[in-house]
Design a protein around this ligand. Structure first.
Ligand SMILES: [Zn+2]
Length: 172
């Protein structure tokens, strides 16, 4: 595994242990050339996926890219790395089990939104605002009331006058 700091090819595994409930193996590596330390994860990949962008361009699916965009949405939010990793793995597994090799970025975004909705309301709104390309405050209102509805008991979901912000905030 190439060292991300000096690009040396001699990194050595110092520690290797299962993580994410045995769905992955986490390896701590050290580079003898520069002393840099980094971590890699080994996961099952069921199939090679191709992402079809909105422009029609096709690029290989990369878990790391997906993870990064999720991490941006979750910046400074109180969510453990382990949970984020699990969420991303869950999304990848869903993508892999769709049975299609080509998947639109829109489909991936939709799965991320659904996952974030349960994980962190703030990250959800951040991601949704980008994903849906919302420009108006009214759109945010709509998302916030979606969160509020999801946060309520099913029976009270349609009760009018439920304010979005308190419902979204009460989880923390
Ligand atoms: Zn190095």
């Amino acid at each position: 595994m190439r060292c991300p700091y000096c690009s040396g090819d001699n990194s050595q595994v110092k520690d290797s242990r299962p993580t994410e409930e045995n769905a992955a193996i986490r390896r701590r590596r050290v580079c003898p050339d520069c002393g840099g330390r980094f971590t890699t994860f080994e996961r099952v990949q069921l199939r090679e996926l191709v992402v079809v962008k909105a422009s029609g361009r096709k690029v290989p699916f990369e878990r790391e890219k997906l993870l990064r965009s999720v991490q941006i949405a979750l910046r400074k939010r109180p969510v453990e790395t382990e949970r984020i990793e699990r969420m991303v793995s869950g999304i990848v597994r869903q993508l892999e089990s769709m049975g299609e090799t080509e998947i639109t970025s829109r489909t991936i975004g939709g799965l991320v939104i659904e996952a974030l909705k349960g994980l962190d309301p703030v990250a959800y709104v951040r991601f949704a605002s980008v994903y849906r390309d919302f420009r108006e405050a009214a759109d945010f209102q709509e998302i916030l009331s979606e969160i509020a509805r999801d946060g309520d008991e099913p029976d009270t979901a349609t009760v009018p006058g439920g304010r979005a912000m308190p419902a979204a905030a009460k989880k923390h």
